[in-house]
Design a protein around this ligand. Sequence first.
Ligand code: SF4
Length: 294
Amino acid sequence: MPSTSNRAGVPEQLGFAGMPERLFVCTPSKLGAFLDCPRRYRYSYVDRPTPPKGPPWAHNSLGASVHTALKNWFALPPERRVPAALPTLLKSTWVREGYRDVELERAAYRKALDWLETYVATLDPQEEPLGVERVVAAKTAVLALNGRADRIDARVGPRGPEAVIVDYKTGRSGLDADDARGSQALALYAYAAQRVFRRPCHRVELHHLPTGTVATHEHTDESLARQVRRAEDTARDIMTAEKAVAGGADPDEAFPANPGSLCGWCDFRKVCPAVAGVAAKEPWTAVEHLGDSR
Ligand code: SF4
């Protein structure tokens, strides 16, 4: 039998001599969860049943609503991609969870509609992206990577046709080129998109809808390779921790907590004994300011 399960239900390859190590199946957000806090990673991806989570977050609802509206915008035929279509698109998939009250939810809806109207005015309705909410996947020596990119554009760069990774952001603070450069998720999408679409993909963009700004970075083959190596290192750390737990190690030691400001936003703060002494955020804290600008 080549495989068994550890106590957390994670499939474990026994690794006969000469047999390739199993690839670590992951998304960028899975890797990011481990980098933020290994304990939170364990609660999310290892412990089964999953420990109870806190209530849904309004900022996630808002982000999901805007993302889905933009996805459905591109599903319309080009002649129907007009601003008048936006209220229906936004309303039909609006996610209501996490808001303090209906008043705040309405303010968030109006703001989201404003953002969308401003944003689509910058788009050419005739342009078809290579992919919208498109899953891209690639394998390396260590990773079986997959992830859903918000949008992948077909553009003509200085060296000819290329794919461009576009990520929508709806958070409060603006973003700059350092955010685009440092984003492991964007780099991994670019790495995978090159393979899926068989065309160069070095440019990554963060489209921040609340400010209408675009933060960009042009990767090189080397900088993409560097991000892939970092992702592989993280995957090795995760696999080592999983193997340790399978071998009887204390899960709390194998997946140490990293308490800090993120604890305030952590879904598992109610079950985590290491939670830092930061105040818990209300589910609507990150969107509360939207109610001030009526
Ligand atoms: S509460 Fe803090 S330390 Fe505990 S899992 Fe969440 S982020 Fe990690």
